[in-house]
Design a protein around this ligand. Structure first.
Ligand SMILES: NC(=O)c1ccc[n+]([C@@H]2O[C@H](COP(=O)([O-])OP(=O)(O)OC[C@H]3O[C@@H](n4cnc5c(N)ncnc54)[C@H](OP(=O)(O)O)[C@@H]3O)[C@@H](O)[C@H]2O)c1
Length: 312
């Protein structure tokens, strides 16, 4: 029986949604929080906050102590160098896994990785997520572990995809290059449902699962534009094609500036390679079979909920 749940990344987009849901269900939660976090901590919920950092082993021991399950949502999603991503996504994960392994009994461990881990050669982010999975798998004899590899996630609180959807709501769709790739999407509350089921149902140990919203074959940018056009009650959305050479140049300049000024950039040449990748489509069959999880929210409803759509 899972009683106490330890969460990392509870101030972030995914972790906050999970923490709010579990707290609303009256679950016992311990959550790691960095004293210097720039995110607001979820308010008015009953959580035992543990000051610390993935770089601080002692705080991770305190977090994991007495926990029946660990859900590791913290991650570096922006960065200028491989070292910046590795420090959190690989070394931080290794420290947390070690803290879990050192407990007796050991807690169940869920790593929120990313579909990007499927293509580690594309970017430092993707490579670090794959490496982070490996450090968990290496402890497979000591832990009941699971890896979730979600596709791109969106919903309230998202800071990566939502600016793009806001532009689309206004009638403009910036499209990178030919925009020919296909990709899966996942509404954040569906991911939270999957995590809750993982907590409460005995699934197979030592498995890696892909997750998306269930749209067969995923989406193309044309599909997304069609969905938004429908939500705009037929008012068209203009696709504004941004030439690849412009995006590559801008991302390179952004990377150089980030390294010089010391901020963590989102748009880098690695991110452009991720965005241009032709196949980010995934399949839910394995997770559905293991836990019974079925996502409920497709893009039109997800955008309506997120953007509080009342027509354009
Ligand atoms: N968003 C997506 O589309 C997507 C898709 C697939 C997979 N994922 C994965 O899902 C996870 C959560 O992503 P997200 O979108 O929620 O990211 P996010 O909003 O940027 O949140 C990241 C979280 O990680 C925490 N964190 C970062 N570095 C840390 C450190 N050194 N020590 C402790 N905590 C640290 C942050 O804490 P602070 O508040 O202190 O910064 C924050 O709570 C990540 O592992 C990401 O790779 C996300």
């Amino acid at each position: 029986m899972i009683d106490t749940i330890a969460i990392t990344g509870a101030t972030g987009f995914v972790g906050a949604a999970l923490t709010r849901r579990l707290a609303a269900a009256g679950r016992k939660i311990k959550a790691l929080i960095r004293p210097a976090s720039t995110h607001k901590r979820p308010a008015n919920i009953d959580v035992r906050w543990i000051d610390g950092d993935l770089e601080d082993t002692e705080s991770l021991r305190r977090l994991v102590h007495g926990a029946d399950a660990v859900v590791h949502c913290a991650g570096a999603v922006r960065g200028a160098t491989r070292a910046q991503f590795n420090r959190v996504n690989v070394d931080g994960t290794a420290r947390l896994v070690k803290s879990a392994v050192d407990q007796n009994p050991t807690p169940n461990f869920l790593l929120i990785s990313s579909l990007a881990a499927r293509e580690p050669r594309l970017s430092h982010y993707a490579a670090s997520k794959r490496e982070g999975e490996k450090v968990l798998v290496e402890k497979s004899d000591k832990l009941f572990w699971t890896v979730f590899r979600p596709s791109a996630i969106y919903g309230p609180g998202d800071r990566e995809l939502m600016p793009l959807f806001h532009w689309m709501k206004k009638g403009f769709a910036p499209i990178l290059g030919s925009g020919n790739g296909r990709f899966s999407l996942l509404y954040v509350e569906d991911l939270v449902d999957a995590i809750v089921l993982w907590l409460d149902r005995k699934s197979n140990p030592g498995c890696t699962y892909e997750l998306h919203d269930g749209q067969p074959g995923g989406y193309s940018w044309h599909d997304v534009i069609d969905t938004v056009t429908h939500l705009r009650q037929g008012k068209s959305v203009v696709a504004v094609r941004i030439p690849l050479v412009v995006v590559k140049l801008f991302s390179t300049l952004n990377l150089i500036t980030a390294r010089a000024l010391g901020y963590a950039p989102m748009l880098t040449p690695g991110k452009v390679r991720e965005l241009r990748h032709f196949n980010w489509v995934c399949d839910n069959t394995a997770l559905n079979t293991a836990t019974g999880w079925t996502p409920k929210i497709l893009l039109a409803e997800g955008l309506q909920r997120t953007l509080r759509w009342n027509g354009a």
